[in-house]
Each structure stands twice: as structure tokens, then as C-alpha cells.
Ligand binder design. Structure first.
Ligand code: CTP
Length: 400
């Protein structure tokens, strides 16, 4: 079988050295990789490195091997183009269709999925020109992953770091696995809550639950690969950040509600996977609650937390917004699920069958996705990413 053909575009940022690791992962996992650097990027990593690591000749401009028409052929034959790092300048050129070197020509001739992994200083990433260029690229169907937050060149820190090459590789793998189809969530803002809330009793104790957050993270990773801008609101998961998503950290149901409502204001889809505590202690003790000899402990009075899913579904910050809930049921799964779907007012409800093989923190899941229009999609026992992809398969046609 022919190896999948990947074009690795490298533009001129300090993070270019990290693309060596991405290239290595791609070649070692059986991809035929052509590296197309920009002239500026050669200040950071030289052509000899790319040539030796990829096993292909390397050129930055269209005037070498003209008889092979490289400015057309490389793009035409690719199964995937990934640009890492993508500088502000490269994103601007791509958004405007400029073609003044081999990489920008390749971008214009490629008909396969294109992934941009931007890296730049926070100011450049936040500049309205860059924001508009990124929005244009996403609207046209490109996968532009969010930069990571952390140490930048020099002493400053902020948003703009190139995500970990291993994570970019995973995005590429997921995009390639979907085949030559356009990313169906491109240009969409997806909000996902994951994990479990903790309701504090005193500075050292809380009421919590055993949700691992893995299903929510699987939804975030698959949505990134399908082109969405992803806001992941995580409660107490302790999981490593999925690359390409914006992460908001919360602790309690009250904080989760605030974060979800804020992010939902411009969201195309809200998926509530988080296990939200239905109750919280009526009072928070500012000091540690002490036991007293000879005294029974005082009962803990609880109050109801708001139902965030029902609130988001009832409000619909945008009329065409899609709202998805999750539910775990032990018996009368479908009947209870249907009733919950109606009560919460969401469009889709993923009902987990609580069965023998299901444990908290597992890598697999099994569910039925119920739709408000009567649809019922069983998802067999399998990886959480497979369930996540089924959810997106059901969400994306609803945009039309
Ligand atoms: N949920 C929420 N806010 C809450 C409780 C739950 O947004 N206060 C959301 C969860 O994120 C999930 C769905 O509602 O998407 C499932 O909630 P579940 O706990 O199964 O439903 P309940 O209304 O609590 O019903 P039950 O009587 O079964 O506990």
C-alpha cells in the first residue's frame, strides 16, 4: 500500500525546531513526508536537516526542478498539509491567497485537509488582523488549532506557544483517518464541559464525584481534528491539556455555570459532559470543621445547584445553537433518557448504559444517543473517541 503523503510546511518562527520531532513521528508511523520550509524558517532549521530527516529534496521556492512543476504537484498529490509552526505572516498570506514561494503555492493547489499549528507572540495572536485571518481560514475549512499557553521566546509567557509536537501529530493522525473529507466543524465554536464539580464544605473537604473527564476530553480532541474552535471547561480532571483547545479551569458547579454561560454566548454547540453536583453544602465553614469529643457530628444541610444544561438549552444564546447532554442511567435506560431529554430541553442526549464493564475512568464507553426529533443511535462498546465522533456525526448535519 502506498504511504499517505504529508506536506510539512515550516514557517519562520523559533518553534521550527519542534517540527523536527513532528517530522520524525510522521515518518516513523509510515507517512511519506515532503518538507516545504519558507526562506525565513531556514534561519532556525537548515535545509540539510529537513532533507536528511525526510529523505526528500527540500526547496523554498518554485524555481528548482521546474520541469516537475513542484509548485503544483506537491500540493495536488498531498493527503494532508500541516503547517507547524504557522507564523502570523504565513496565516495572513494563506488567508489572502498570496503565492510568493513554494509553500504558499502548495497551499493554493492542495485539495486535501490543511492543518495550521500557529505559534507567535501573544500580541500577534490577539491582533485583530490575525484573528480575522484565522477566522477566514477556518470558515474556508482549514483546521487551525489554538496555540498553547506557556513560555514564549525570551522571558515572556502567554498564549502563542506551538503545541507539543506529539499532540500536533495526534491531530494529523485524526484528520488523516477521516480521509479526504472537509472538516465538518470548521468555523464552528464548540463548548464542552468535562470532569466533575467539587462542592467545598470547609478549606480541606468537599463533596465530589468520580467523573474522570476522559469522555469530555475525547470530544474536545475529536472536535479539534474536525476543525472546530474548542473551549473546554474542565472541572478537577487532572488530565493533560488536549492540544488545540482553549482550556478554562473551574472547581464548583457555580463556577462551571458561570464559565459555560459565558462561553455559550457565541457557541454553535454546547456539550455538557461534566458531572455536575446536584447539591452543595448550604454553608461553607471558613475554618476546618473539628470533631468534638462526645458529640455526634452535625448533619450537613444541602441546597440545590442550578441545572446548567436545562438553563443553556432554555436560553439558546443563538437560535440555531445545538445543545447536547449526557446522562447515566441504571434501569429503564431509554424511557428515562427520553424523559430526561424532554425535561432538559436539549437536542441530543447521550445515555450511558451503566453496565458491568463500565467503570469510572475507563477508556471505553457504550451509549445510546437520543435525539429530540425521535432519533436513536446505539454506539457499541468502544473507545471514547469513537463515541465522540458519533456525537459530532449527529451534530454536524444539524447545522444545515
Ligand atoms: N447537569 C447540569 N447541571 C446540573 C446537573 C446536571 O448541567 N446541576 C447536566 C450534566 O452535565 C449532564 C446532564 O445534566 O449533561 C445529566 O444530568 P443527570 O445528573 O443525569 O440528570 P439529573 O437532572 O440530575 O437527573 P437524575 O434525577 O437522574 O439525577
Amino acid at each position: 500500500m502506498e504511504k499517505p503523503k504529508v506536506v510539512l510546511g515550516v514557517s519562520g518562527g523559533i518553534a521550527a525546531y519542534k517540527a523536527c520531532e513532528l517530522l520524525r513521528r510522521l515518518t516513523e508511523s509510515g507517512h511519506d513526508v515532503r518538507v516545504v520550509p519558507t526562506e525565513a524558517s531556514l534561519h532556525f532549521v537548515g535545509a540539510a536537516t529537513w532533507s536528511a530527516l525526510s529523505g526528500h529534496p527540500v526547496s523554498t521556492e518554485v524555481w528548482n526542478d521546474v520541469h516537475e512543476v513542484p509548485h503544483v504537484r506537491i500540493g495536488q498529490h498531498a493527503d494532508l498539509v500541516v503547517i507547524a509552526p504557522a507564523t502570523a505572516d504565513l496565516l495572513a498570506k494563506a488567508a489572502h491567497g498570496l503565492a510568493d514561494d513554494l509553500l504558499t503555492n502548495t497551499l493554493l493547489t492542495a485539495r486535501c485537509p490543511v492543518v495550521f499549528a500557529p505559534a507567535m507572540h501573544t500580541e500577534m495572536w490577539e491582533h485583530p488582523a490575525t484573528r480575522e485571518n484565522v477566522a477566514t481560514l477556518r470558515r474556508r475549512g482549514a483546521v487551525v488549532i489554538e496555540p498553547a499557553v506557556g513560555r514564549l521566546t525570551g522571558v515572556d509567557t502567554g498564549k502563542g506557544r506551538l503545541p507539543d509536537p506529539a499532540e500536533i501529530f495526534e491531530v494529523c493522525r485524526r484528520v488523516l483517518a477521516r480521509g479526504p473529507v472537509a472538516p465538518d466543524l470548521a468555523g464552528r465554536h464548540v463548548v464542552i464541559s468535562a470532569g466533575g464539580t467539587r462542592e467545598p464544605l470547609d478549606p480541606v473537604r468537599y463533596l465530589g464525584n468520580r467523573s474522570s473527564g476522559k469522555q469530555g476530553y475525547a470530544l474536545a480532541r475529536t472536535a479539534v481534528a474536525r476543525g472546530a474552535r474548542v473551549t473546554l471547561i474542565e472541572a478537577n480532571t487532572g488530565l493533560p491539556d488536549p492540544s488545540g483547545a482553549d482550556i478554562v479551569r473551574v472547581g464548583t458547579a457555580t463556577q462551571l455555570r458561570e464559565a459555560v454561560l459565558k462561553a455559550a454566548a457565541d457557541a454553535d454547540v454546547v456539550v455538557m459532559v461534566a458531572a455536575v453536583a446536584d447539591f452543595r453544602p448550604a454553608e461553607y465553614a471558613a475554618g476546618k470543621i473539628k470533631k468534638k469529643d462526645g458529640q455526634e457530628p452535625a448533619p450537613i444541610a444541602l441546597v440545590r445547584n442550578p441545572d446548567i444544561l436545562a438553563e443553556v438549552a432554555g436560553r439558546r444564546a443563538r437560535p440555531e445553537q445545538i445543545v447536547v447532554g449526557f446522562a447515566a442511567e441504571t434501569d429503564n435506560v431509554l424511557a428515562n433518557g427520553r424523559e430526561k431529554l424532554r425535561r432538559k430541553g436539549c437536542d441530543l442526549l447521550v445515555v450511558n448504559e451503566v453496565g458491568e464493564r463500565r467503570t469510572f475512568g475507563a477508556e471505553e464507553n457504550e451509549a445510546v444517543v437520543l435525539a429530540a426529533d425521535g432519533g436513536e443511535t446505539p454506539v457499541p462498546f468502544g473507545p471514547k473517541e469513537a463515541l465522540a465522533d458519533t456525537v459530532w456525526d449527529l451534530v454536524s448535519p444539524r447545522f444545515a
